[in-house]
Design a protein around this ligand. Structure first.
Ligand SMILES: *Cc1c(COP(=O)(O)O)cnc(C)c1O
Length: 421
């Protein structure tokens, strides 16, 4: 357990030091990477448990190893809780990651060389939706859609045009850097028109969807995939939801298709996080994430920044820093020196390459877990603005870092108010 690491400290001081330094970094800095979060001690304890010892290839009640009676209960609980959480008929909680979940869905109904239609990486999509450097772009013929230049919201005319032109076998909705609500029913209409499967990847917004703060794709999509470690605030991993008729094919694509033994300690930790997500406090937590992102958006607008799509409906904002005479990389570096962790991010129609970019992606899930609310967001936006207006003022950035550290010292990594009890 994370609070009792005396054996680790004695046996492997080098790794112990890594963990302690990383813990201090997480405590002292403002974690604003939109895909990160802090899990509860309960999740951490399940994940750090002796369940890591167990081989359990197969599924509950039909394993290829003996001694699975207790881990079967963990997986069964995870499955029933996640189905209740999202109102889904079928679930699989074994994917080791979001990308593995996507791979299993593709392999369940696609053949090599089939066409898939996903959101352009440069417009907010994910690598595993058909990027040329990813397996999805190497094994399948990937075509893309993007956002309108004017509104920077999903260009459904382009989705439909590409669907009619390329006749994809699967349409993929979902994004890693998109601040607005996604209209899954419009994707579903287009998928139906061209007889394509619809997969919705809710990796970033699954927490919002679980509590009804973002429309759910479950009624309209064939397949839904997610990570468990972003807004959902569970251990690092993935999951698949689907209509019941796809269950058999999906199960066999995860195992034996692309994975061996499931990570039973992680599956137990997923079960814990799903129980937390079913508690009323989780809805308050998600609502606070969105309120915090809106407050940050207002503050940035007031400081004169341009936001992609004009603002946010979700847990993240994309700030165009080019008008401030900065690149995304420079902004990321300046903020880092001020103790604020974000990632540079391409903005739609970015003139700069992905290693430089014109924007930063800023998210509120982790800060909200620490118990920060609107008034803290106003202070944080001010810290950020100070750093971004003096990106080469070493003294100022150092002074800001000390202020940020002092500010952070008032907030535990996981605030009591969100505990499921
Ligand atoms: C984060 C993310 C994933 C991938 O998750 P990994 O667990 O890192 O493989 C997949 N899809 C989207 C949209 C994501 O944002």
């Amino acid at each position: 357990m994370m609070d009792q690491m005396d054996d680790l400290a004695r046996i492997d001081p080098a790794i112990y030091a890594v963990i302690e330094r990383e813990r201090q970094r997480q405590l002292d800095k403002l974690e604003m990477i939109a895909s990160e979060n802090f899990v509860s001690n309960a999740v951490l304890q399940a994940q750090g448990s002796i369940l890591t010892h167990k081989y359990a290839e197969g599924y509950p009640g039909r394993r290829f190893y003996g001694g699975c009676e207790y881990v079967d209960t963990a997986e069964t609980l995870a499955l029933s809780r996640v189905k209740e959480l999202f109102g889904a008929a079928y679930a699989n909680v074994q994917p080791h990651s979001g990308t593995q979940a996507n791979m299993a869905v593709y392999f369940s109904v696609l053949k090599y060389g089939d066409t898939i239609l996903g959101m352009d990486l440069a417009h907010g999509g994910h690598l595993s939706h058909g990027a040329s450097v990813n397996f999805s772009g190497r094994l399948f013929k990937a075509v893309t859609y993007g956002v309108y230049r004017q509104t920077e919201e999903v260009n459904f005319d382009a989705v439909r045009e590409a669907a009619l032109k390329h006749r994809p076998k699967m349409i993929i909705a979902g994004a890693s850097a998109y601040p607005r609500t996604l209209d899954f029913s419009r994707f579903a209409d287009i998928a139906r028109e061209v007889e394509a499967y619809l997969m919705v990847d809710i990796a970033h917004i699954s927490g919002l969807i679980a509590v009804g703060l973002h429309p759910s794709p479950v009624p309209v999509a064939d397949f839904i995939t997610s990570t468990t470690h972003k807004t959902l605030r569970g251990p690092r991993g993935g999951l698949i939801l689907a209509q019941a008729k796809y269950g058999k094919a999906l199960d066999s694509q995860i195992f034996p298709g692309i994975q061996g033994g499931p990570l039973m300690h992680i599956i137990a930790a997923k079960a814990v996080s799903f129980q937390e997500a079913l508690a009323p406090s989780f809805k308050r937590y998600q609502a606070q994430i969105v309120a915090n992102a809106r407050t940050l958006a207002q503050e940035f607008l007031q400081h004169g920044y341009r936001l992609v799509a004009g603002g946010t409906d979700t847990h993240l904002i994309l700030v165009d820093v080019s008008a401030m005479g900065l690149t995304g990389r420079q902004a990321e570096e300046a903020l880092d020196r001020a103790g604020i962790t974000v990632n540079k991010n391409s903005i739609p129609f970015d003139q700069r390459p992905p290693t430089i970019t014109s924007g930063i992606r800023v998210g509120t899930p982790a800060l909200t877990t620490r118990g920060m609310k609107e008034k803290e967001m106003v202070i944080i936006a001010d810290f950020m603005h100070q750093a971004l207006t003096a990106p080469s003022d070493t003294d100022l950035l150092a002074k800001l870092q000390a202020q940020v550290k002092d500010f952070c010292s008032h907030y535990p990594l996981f605030a009591e108010e969100w505990s499921a009890a």
